[in-house]
Design a protein around this ligand. Sequence first.
Ligand code: CRA
Length: 829
Amino acid sequence: DFGERKGQAERMLGLMDVFLKNDPISLQKDILHHVEYTVARSRFSFDDFEAYQALAHSVRDRLIERWHDTLIHFKKEDPKRVYFLSLEFLMGRSLSNIVINLGIRDQFADALSQLGFDFEVLAEQEGDACLGNGGLARLSACQMDSLATLDYPAVGYGLRYQYGLFRQVIVDGFQHEQPDYWLNFGNPWEIERVHITYPVKFYGTVTDEFLNGEKCKVWVPGEMVEAVAYDNPIPGYGTRNTINLRLWAAKPSDQNDMESFNTGDYVDAVVNRQRAESISSILYPDDRSYQGKELRLKQQYFFVSASVQDIFRRFKDTHKKFDEFPEKVALQLNDTHPSLAIAEVMRVLLDEEHLSWHRAWDIICKIFSFTTHTVSPEGLEKIPVDLLGNLLPRHLQIIYDINFNFVEELKKMIGLDYDRLTRMSIVEEGAVKNIRMANLSVICSHTVNGVSRLHSELLRTKLFKDFYDLWPHKFQYKTNGVTQRRWIVVSNPSLCALISKWLGTEAWIRDIDLLIGLRDYATNAELHQEWKMVKKVNKIRLAEYIEAMSGLKVSLDAMFDVQTKRIHEYKRQLLNILGIIHRYDCIKNMDKNDRKKVVPRVCIIGGKAAPGYEIAKKIIKLCHVVAERINNDKDIGDLLKLVFIPDYNVSVAEMVIPGADLSQHLSTAGHEASGTGSMKFLMNGCLLLATADGSTIEMVEEIGQDNMFLFGAKAHEVVALRKKGPTLKVPLQFSRVVRMIRDGHFGFEDYFKSLCDKIEGTSDYFLLGADFMSYLEAQAAADKAFVDEERWTKMSILSAAGSGRFSSDRTIQEYAENTWDIQPCRCPF
Ligand code: CRA
């Protein structure tokens, strides 16, 4: 009886505060309440971690209010939603980000100080949520922040891994991996939804059956697990909108246990069913290759199947006709990892909703969009047909049918060009038959996005040329971006205050284009003073961290020169190290007078190597032995220091980036699809030393060539340089530093032999030798600029001022308008 329920609802409302209050006394009461009743400690005795927990729960309460309002508002308005499917989200810490977006940071800081606690100290108690590898995963996190801030009706879907990305520990200069069992200390930011669960099926067989006189396929699965939803509210900034990131965890299913439990093997049966949890237990630690692994495929399907069921449930709550589906649903594939969603939606429409192939296919073609993040053909995912057919027999059939129809159509369009047909087919023939997930994604999506202009160009002319020739209209690009909320407001509060002061407004936090206003003051002496002060504060913070971590004292007058990112041959950390050895060698051979002219440097390198990536691990070891030599050389002193920062992750980045004077982005041109670290450095007024690759090309356009140190071969020159092979001349300086490693100048010469072999002669695939001279010149130019303080500061201001284009707000707006066709849906305050 609605009348009765309405009466009750009203009574309940009267019992609750409609909105929690944010005055200092209410906040203190709330925190203490959570100390006593949530954390279950006495309010007379609790430590920093317990205070953090209580604080987090008080923040969470306020977050949930807005999240509920937003969900109700979306339900009422029923707008077209975008569903962002990604196997990785690298959220890092949440507390500071959330209170800043909710606009209640200062109130909480005040309340805490009255309780005798420091907000910053408590914020450091939080561990990082590392549910991703690198760029792609942090990009997803930044994009969620922008989706919420710009009021878009979006839902993120992913996996709730129990083990995040491994922790990197360094033992004797070698990388060791330790498991990151991150949920050990609880996670206040998630809401477990015990009633939002879906069965996910695997294995089994497909049979033909008749339903109402029509032949249809019935999949009889062999295994079933349960997907449980964990919701992570993501608040926007300057809006009430708070969207949902729904992560799935695998649990044993209750549905098919009856039989095994009757056999009498009770304990074995329980242990066996518990194995279901392993599906969501671990994040694969390689950002490129996990091909042919059944568990990985299970993860992909598990999260896709649960998400698709959730999306259908939501749609069917308010709609009857599937023809309306494309008006309400946009599905975004973050790389090919979730591309099984295509076959899954097709399967549901055909086998469960009983639509005709024609109608189902029509829907598919209108709802999917695909973004690829790779440049190399080897980076494209393939799934062995045997593996897929065994795990998901019905999906394999559907993919075959999609491919059959596609190839038939293709023949009509291009004739019997067998080479081209073979290249474009979803099925790769060969010793091992594979499904090409990228081809599936391109064929079934209405839009294919690259992540920078150069990347898109490479997609159109190389990777997906055949498809581009066929469907040029499908190909777009959205240059990546990062959120200024996390990468300036949270991580660099002094710079944030300075920018707001000079622009006379905080509006740039939502409207990044305003940053350009800083250009007007690029030569203002007063701003220069304040700008340098901010950099100094951040350098002190970083120097203290370095000392605490390694015992090394570094000079604040030195240039802090940083390269932090995953370790990869193409990212050329090795080029950086060779440059450092060269610098060391030069200083050693200088007389006293020349030494006075040397610009002191603190070189900082950080990043994880995939556990199975031998060469990358050798690069880490090389960095350590070189550091050992240089840092202990009394003759060198403060002129040069080299530091490896272990376990680089989001919260370490938040501290390192603001403290950098110079940052290096050295990928061989044509290999970095976009790069997003560079954007964070740029926003923080850090100068870039970079190749013309990925998004740096667009940065040059924004801030001008004079404000950056560019070097190296351009993407179009790389192929020709490689062809030169043995005739390619490398500078003497290059051969000399490689020889120093080979001759055991830093020890471990046998261990480093294979590393040296990889960069000399014809095997120098990433062109370290070819780019070396140009690299040294760019480094010299950076030194020269650094001693001219006024020039350097101006360049730094112009870098930040010109970084607006690289906000994820711009990226998301472009996606919304040109790819997803969705409108903002703003929750009233
Ligand atoms: N490793 C690219 O290599 C790009 C990010 C985000 C990457 C980067 O150049 O900035 O994606 N690719 O678009 C990737 O993960 C699976 O491919 C990356 O992070």
